[in-house]
Design a protein. Sequence first.
Length: 248
Amino acid sequence: MGKYFGLVYDGTPFVLFGPAHLTALAIITLCCFSYLYFRKVWGEKERNTVRWIFAIAIVVNETSLHIWSLYWGIWNIQTMLPLHMCAVLIWLSAYMLVKKNYAIYEFVYFMGLGGAMQAVLTPADAAAYNFPHYRIMQTFIAHGLLINIAIYMTVVEGFRPTLQSFKRVFIGTNLYMIPVFFINLAIGSNYLFVAGKPNFPTLLDMLAPWPWYIFEIEAIAFAIFFVLYLPFLIKDWRQSAQGNRQPA
């Protein structure tokens, strides 16, 4: 068991877009597409059950990471506080699922999808491990659940982002960076990577040096948000055009 839960991993290295990685991505994708079918057959009882399963699963999975880190003596306030965006959304999404909170859904949709998709495509912080080691399994489960929760709430529960959602999430995320920046200064951390690029390979390595890459991230985030909102924008345009063609 130590081989799969140990801190030091000496097994086969993780291969980006290798067979194991592609299999994990395929499972996440198939689960998301399955909601197109289940939205037609699930009633309120089934939807309530699924929301609770998602909420419990994402909380248990994230709690297990803290337990694992405490066991191996690597838990510290510089890296393990729930201040990274995906970590914040993991806890908030559990509340959203139970209460069907739309305000949190807006952030889970834009930030959860945008951030979690990057995390499963390039799992840099867990790339020192490989399947089926606990650490990389936990990473894919956490971010895979975030992706599935956002898609589930949209496809099955009927939630959808609006243009105001787009604005609120973009502005709210930028406002959130301000206290996190000062927390980083106070405790020597690098949450949200606003104090510098992470010390492991990421897509940020392709951007300008600090602090200029932060502005590039802003532009990239805006573009990702727009792409995520685009299907709903097109749908609204089409409905508006059809309405304008209706005879008076």
